[in-house]
Design a protein around this ligand. Structure first.
Ligand SMILES: Nc1ncnc2c1ncn2[C@@H]1O[C@H](COP(=O)(O)OP(=O)(O)O)[C@@H](O)[C@H]1O
Ligand SMILES: [Mg+2]
Length: 311
């Protein structure tokens, strides 16, 4: 989509604009700009994208109602002439660097506090999103067993079947954890360390209400945007849990937490297998997809064998 012209933008935010700069226009139906008005700098996200509409809703119905949380202030929101717009306080700062211990500590302490405080405040199940990825997997395997077995191989089919057999216990373990507001898409790009060294949370397009363990379900994956060495993952999880226990009335033991985190990781990985299997069934980039599948299989086997998971 094209950038709005300056008059449209000024009308939308109700102020004169002196400078504007595009931050992101890589998405088809949404643009992010930084604009400078009479007395402040504003981040504007606008477009017709569904996810943006979701984020606007979260701001209007949840984040804006509770002042204590470290998110950019809402300046303007709504739908004008069919275009959704969200104007937020511009936060000057940097994204964390998760190769640095002190950045990991700061972010995951902030995340634990966030999870604990929201868990006391979230009343309705309005935003609750189902976490269970095993239903989809069961359907996919049942309907396509004969097609899939020669492609995926017996060992993977057996592995996935054994996961399905354990799924009730896995999901129960995740769901026994207290619910909280999951900002969604936890990664270095969605935290800003501001000029006062405070961690600010941004980007609520995939925000849901879910068990507290789902906020760290992808820790342990080899992502550049998360702590990803064994030590750093452990340190991040410790920081998250210690901070949760400091601010929450519902104490969680380390052993229990770690077992549940592995359960959440298994469920998270099953989500990927569902995606890969669908691609294979649709004949999309089979070679490339199978490589991901093989890697995923190795990682899944490691999690399932881990003594912390078996306890
Ligand atoms: N309020 C803000 N202040 C300063 N920078 C921001 C703000 N909101 C977003 N950004 C910057 O823009 C980037 C993209 O914004 P984000 O809301 O995360 O959108 P996306 O859905 O594309 O990830 C962020 O990673 C951050 O660098
Ligand atoms: Mg983002």
């Amino acid at each position: 989509m094209e950038n709005l012209d300056i008059n449209q933008l000024e009308n939308l935010i109700g102020d004169k604009i002196f400078r504007r700069e595009t931050i992101d226009n890589s998405k088809l139906n949404r643009i992010i700009e930084k604009v400078e008005t009479t007395n402040r700098e504003v981040l504007i996200k606008y477009g017709i994208d569904e996810d943006l509409l979701k984020e606007i809703n979260i701001y209007e119905k949840v984040l804006n109602k509770s002042k204590a949380h470290p998110v950019p202030k809402l300046i303007v929101s709504g739908n004008f002439d069919g275009i959704n717009i969200l104007g937020l306080e511009w936060i000057e700062g940097i994204h964390p660097d998760f190769t640095k211990k002190n950045h990991i500590e700061k972010v995951f302490i902030a995340l634990g506090k966030w999870a604990a405080e929201w868990s006391n405040q979230i009343k309705s199940d309005q935003l609750y999103a189902s976490i269970n990825n095993f239903g989809d997997l069961t359907n996919l395997l049942e309907k396509n067993k004969r097609n899939l077995t020669p492609i995926l191989g017996d060992s993977l089919m057996d592995l996935l079947t054994s996961c399905i057999e354990q799924s009730e216990e896995i999901i129960n373990n995740i769901e026994k954890m207290p619910k909280t507001l999951n900002p969604g898409d936890i990664s270095l790009h969605n935290f800003i360390i501001d000029n006062n060294e405070k961690i600010i949370f941004i980007d609520f397009e995939s925000c849901t209400v879910n068990p507290m363990i789902t906020l760290v379900e992808h820790l342990g994956e080899d992502y550049g945007s998360l702590p990803n060495t064994k030590n750093n993952v452990h340190f991040a999880l410790k920081s998250y849990l210690n901070s949760w226990n400091k601010y929450s009335a519902m104490h969680i033991e380390w052993d229990d937490f770690i077992r549940c985190q592995l359960c959440a990781r298994v469920n998270y990985k099953i989500g990927y297998f569902n995606y890969w299997i669908k691609r294979i069934l649709e004949n999309k980039n089979i070679e490339e997809t199978l490589e991901w599948v093989r890697q995923g299989q190795k990682q899944l086997e490691l999690i399932l064998k881990s003594p912390d998971f078996r306890k």
